[in-house]
Design a protein. Structure first.
Lengths: 245, 260
C-alpha cells in the first residue's frame, strides 16, 4: 500500500481520527478494487460484507421506484465512504451503488474490520470518535432545522435575516446534515418570497375611472367662456415662446 | 433659452404637493440651476414654511404684487442667502433659489379671494420673475382642484407634474386634469404617485397608472412616517438623502432637466 493511498484514507471522515500507525494497520487489511463505468459495486439486498472508501472516481447510489425505474438517491466521490453503517448494524444493502466513471476504492471486509476492532483499541477508538463527531455535528444541524421548522410554521421568518445564507455544500458525508440545513434555508426563503408575491397580488390595487363622470366634468370645465379665452391665451403664449427661441 | 414653468398640481389636498414642490425645486437648484418657486395657493399658502420663512421674515408677497403695491423683484426672496436653520436647508446656501410667497395674513387672503385674481397680471408676474431673476425653472405650487388660478398655471406651464395618491378618488380627479392639460397643449405631462403604502407593489402601480393615462409616472413615493414627522421643519430630501422617499423624489429631477 503506497503513501498516497494512506493519505487518501486519512482524508476520509471515517478514518480521519486515526493515528498514522493505526492507519497503517487498517491499510494492511484493505485491498484496492477497481470499477469501470456502469459496474455495480453493490446491489440492493446484498448481504453487507464489506465497506468501501472511494479513492478516485464517482458512483451513484440508486434504488428503484414502484415501477422498477431507477432513482438516483445520491452521488459520491473521492474521500467518501460507503456501506460502513451496514457493517455495524448487519442489515442487507439498502441501495445499489454503480460506478459513473473509472473508480478506485479501498475495500475493507467485515471480517478484517471486526478483527481490527477486536485487536486494536486505538483503531476502535478512532472509528468511534469518527462516528460520534458525525453524530454530534448532525445533531446540531438537526436541532437548527427543528427550530427553523417551528418558526416557519408560525410564520416567523426572522431567522432568514439573522442567518448567513448557507452555501449548498457538496462533499463529505458529514456535510449531508449541513446540506439539509442549507436546503431548508433556501426552501424557506423561497416560501417567504412566494408568500410575499401572493400577498402583493392579493393587495394589488384595482383602479377604476368612471369615464362618464370624467367626460361630464371635463365638459363643465372646458365649456366656460373663461376657459375658451384661456385656451386662446395659452396658445398665443406658446407660439410666442416658440418664436422667441 | 427661456426659463421653463413647472406646475405642480394635485386634484385633491393632502397629496404632499407643497412638500414635493419645495424638495423638487431644491434638488433642481442643487444641480446649479437658477430656480424660482411661486406659491399661487393664495387661499392656503404653506410652502414658505419649508424654506424657513415665517411671518417676521416675510417681506413683500405675491398679494402685494397683484395689488400693484410691489414689483416682482421685491417679492422674490433669495433662499440661498437666508437658509435659516435645518440640516437640509443650509445645504442651499449659495444656491440660486428664489421664493415668491403668498401672504399669510388673514385679512390679505380674504381681500384677494373677495376681489379675485387678475390673471393677466399673475401671468405677467410669472414671466417677469423668469426674466428678472434669469430663472431656468419656475415652480408653481398651486391650490388643489381645478379652479381658475390653477387652470391658468396649467395653461402657462411647460411641464406639469400631477401628484396623486394611489386611490380611486385621486385617480378620477387626475383623469379630468390630464384631459384638461392635453386640451391646453401642455408640452410635458408627468404623473407622480405619493403616499403609496409600502405593502403594495410599486412597479405594478406605476404600470397601471401609466396605462390608464398614457403618461409617464416619474416615480412612486412611499407613505413615510419619517417624512410626516420632519416634513415642515426642514427639506426632507436634503436632510435625509438616502431615505426611500428622497431617492424616489430625486428620480423626478432628470424628467425636469431633460424636458424639451
Amino acid at each position: 500500500m503506497n503513501v498516497d493511498i494512506l493519505h487518501k484514507i486519512q482524508e476520509t471522515d471515517f478514518f480521519k481520527e486515526l493515528s498514522e500507525e493505526a492507519l497503517a494497520a487498517v491499510a494492511a487489511k484493505a485491498t484496492v478494487c477497481k470499477y469501470h463505468a456502469g459496474d455495480a459495486m453493490m446491489r440492493k439486498g446484498d448481504p453487507a460484507d464489506s465497506f468501501f472508501v472511494i479513492l478516485n472516481g464517482h458512483l451513484k447510489i440508486v434504488t428503484t421506484d414502484a415501477k422498477g425505474d431507477e432513482i438516483i438517491i445520491n452521488k459520491v466521490g473521492p474521500g467518501e465512504s460507503i456501506g460502513e453503517l451496514a457493517l455495524v448494524d448487519q442489515r442487507p444493502r439498502s441501495a445499489g451503488v454503480v460506478a459513473l466513471d473509472e473508480v478506485e476504492a479501498l475495500e475493507l471486509t467485515k471480517d478484517a474490520f471486526f478483527e481490527l476492532l477486536n485487536k486494536r483499541l486505538d483503531v476502535s477508538l478512532g472509528i468511534l470518535r469518527g462516528f460520534s463527531n458525525r453524530l454530534r455535528f448532525s445533531t446540531t444541524y438537526i436541532e437548527k432545522v427543528i427550530d427553523w421548522s417551528q418558526k416557519t410554521a408560525e410564520g416567523d421568518y426572522s431567522f432568514l435575516e439573522q442567518t448567513q445564507p448557507l452555501n449548498n455544500r457538496a462533499g463529505t458525508d458529514d456535510d449531508k446534515a449541513a446540506q439539509l440545513l442549507s436546503a431548508f434555508y433556501s426552501m424557506v426563503s423561497k416560501v417567504k418570497a412566494r408568500e410575499e408575491t401572493l400577498k402583493q397580488e392579493l393587495e394589488r390595487l384595482s383602479f377604476e375611472i368612471d369615464q362618464e363622470r370624467r367626460k361630464k366634468e371635463f365638459d363643465e370645465i372646458t365649456g366656460s367662456e373663461f376657459y375658451a379665452k384661456l385656451k386662446e391665451q395659452a396658445k398665443a403664449l406658446r407660439q410666442k415662446r416658440a418664436s422667441d427661441q | 433659452m427661456a426659463g421653463k414653468i413647472v406646475s405642480i398640481h394635485s386634484f385633491r389636498g393632502g397629496t404632499g404637493k407643497s412638500n414635493t414642490t419645495a424638495n423638487l425645486a431644491s434638488q433642481v437648484a442643487m444641480t446649479g440651476k437658477r430656480v424660482g418657486v411661486v406659491d399661487t395657493d393664495i387661499q392656503s399658502p404653506g410652502i414658505h414654511v419649508l424654506f424657513g420663512l415665517d411671518e417676521h421674515k416675510m417681506g413683500k408677497t405675491l398679494n402685494d404684487y397683484l395689488h400693484g403695491k410691489a414689483t416682482i423683484r421685491e417679492v422674490g426672496f433669495p433662499v440661498g442667502e437666508n437658509t435659516g436653520e435645518g440640516e437640509g436647508r443650509t445645504q442651499l446656501a449659495g444656491k440660486n433659489l428664489f421664493l415668491f410667497p403668498s401672504s399669510i395674513k388673514g385679512k390679505e387672503i380674504s381681500q384677494i379671494l373677495h376681489e379675485g385674481i387678475d390673471f393677466n397680471k399673475l401671468n405677467e408676474g410669472l414671466q417677469t420673475a423668469i426674466t428678472e431673476f434669469n430663472l431656468d425653472y419656475l415652480f408653481i405650487d398651486t391650490h388643489p382642484g381645478l379652479n381658475e388660478e390653477t387652470l391658468l398655471s396649467i395653461a402657462t406651464s411647460d411641464i406639469l407634474i400631477i401628484i396623486l395618491r394611489p386611490d380611486n378618488q385621486d385617480l378620477q380627479g387626475t383623469a379630468v386634469t390630464v384631459d384638461v392639460a392635453r386640451s391646453l397643449d401642455v408640452p410635458n405631462l408627468f404623473l407622480m404617485v405619493n403616499k403609496a403604502l409600502p405593502k403594495y407593489n410599486f412597479a405594478e402601480i406605476k404600470k397601471d397608472i401609466e396605462e390608464q393615462f398614457q403618461a409617464p409616472v416619474t416615480s412612486v413615493l412611499p407613505l413615510s412616517f419619517d417624512m410626516a414627522e420632519n416634513a415642515s421643519k426642514d427639506l426632507f430630501s436634503l436632510r435625509y438623502p438616502d431615505h426611500e422617499w428622497s431617492k424616489a423624489l430625486k428620480n423626478i429631477v432628470p424628467y425636469i432637466l431633460n424636458a424639451k
